[in-house]
Design a binder for this molecule. Structure first.
Ligand code: ADP
Ligand code: MG
Length: 315
């Protein structure tokens, strides 16, 4: 009998609309591949719906909280339903940029210098008294202020001078109760998708990201034509090889499976400075991984089929 796949999409995260787009595209691809597909919006009725649908596997097309933070993965593990993508632990680790960077630092993987503050440290421990030291501690301004756990560049600001730091941190704290202040790195922005797991891991070509407005913000990510992409990135072969090796090493180290995407800025000396790992990369018409899948010959349907087959094999 044809296998039944539930596509999880939507939910209450700030990236709900992006997830609806990813989910619709995944649903269409799975249908044309011949699967029976049931799209389900995340809500309090989810477990009951999963119990009555009894899918052979779930494709998680969620972004942001409720999809990338490991909770849905934990729930599906408990229910015994196989799903696409990284497991709970890898998801939790990659979802928190502070934890991610701590692991990278411990492994000697280059990542921009940073300091993280929780709302509690600011409110209860007087951490705000250290703000004037941050610039010197991480190599000077400009800095990038970002929520530790968020996506789609929401809450992210480039800050040119100390006088604007507190406001940017307050704004980022509106998205998460932990914020990072990170050295702003100049260079060539790239993303490297990695597929597979368990010894059978492969990187797709690095994608170079050139936003027309200069910054890769929400609009640059999701408005067609606002960002130019080059596949493979226009970098020397040895630099591309180093970026690919880094992405593969992180995928393995974090215990990722099926898919991940490393975001990095390659500095003038050819070093990929890793910004983050995404375990639920966008699957919309303007997203990087689908573009890369097209350019590398795998195609969007090939990509989705591969993800779902990997999940089914775990069933
Ligand atoms: N330290 C930094 N230096 C330069 N650009 C940065 C830095 N941090 C983030 N950015 C820019 O902001 C974008 C989003 O940041 P990222 O850390 O990848 O978070 P998100 O989870 O929102 O994608 C990046 O793609 C990059 O363009
Ligand atoms: Mg990113």
């Amino acid at each position: 009998m044809t296998q039944k796949i539930v596509v999880l999409l939507g939910g209450r995260s700030l990236e709900r609309d992006i997830s609806l787009k990813s989910g619709a595209r995944v649903t269409a691809a799975l249908e044309s591949l011949g699967y029976r597909v049931v799209p389900l919006d995340i809500g309090p009725g989810l477990v009951d719906s999963l119990r009555s649908e009894k899918p052979d596997a779930v494709h998680i097309a969620l972004h942001g909280q409720f999809g990338e933070d490991g909770m849905i993965q934990e729930l599906l593990d408990f229910l015994g339903i196989p799903y696409t993508g990284c497991g709970a632990l890898a998801s939790m680790l990659a979802w928190d940029k502070d934890l991610t960077k701590r692991v990278l630092l411990a492994d000697g993987v280059p990542t921009p210098a940073w300091v993280a503050f929780s709302a509690d440290a600011i409110k209860e421990m007087g951490a705000a008294r250290t703000l004037e030291r941050i610039g010197d501690a991480i190599g000077g301004y400009p800095v990038c202020v970002k929520p530790a756990r968020q996506g789609s560049a929401l809450g992210i600001a480039r800050v040119e001078r100390f006088e604007d730091l507190a406001d940017a941190m307050l704004a980022a704290l509106g998205y998460d109760d932990k914020v990072l202040v990170e050295k702003w790195v100049e260079g060539t922005e790239i993303a490297v998708p990695v597929l597979g797991g368990n010894g059978d891991v492969e990187a797709l070509p690095a994608v170079e990201i050139v936003p027309k407005g200069g910054q890769f913000d929400f609009d640059a990510m999701y408005t067609a034509g606002e960002t130019e992409y080059f596949v493979p990135a226009r970098l020397p072969d040895d630099v591309l090889a180093r970026a690919t090796e880094t992405a593969l090493a992180i995928h393995k180290r974090f215990g990722c499976r099926d898919i991940s995407r490393m975001d990095a800025v390659v500095t003038a000396d050819g070093t990929p400075q890793v910004l983050e790992i995404s375990t639920q990369p966008g699957m919309t018409d303007t997203s990087i991984v689908p573009l890369c899948a097209d350019e590398s010959g795998l195609g969007f349907e090939g990509l989705v089929d591969r993800l779902v087959k990997a999940a089914l094999a775990r069933g």
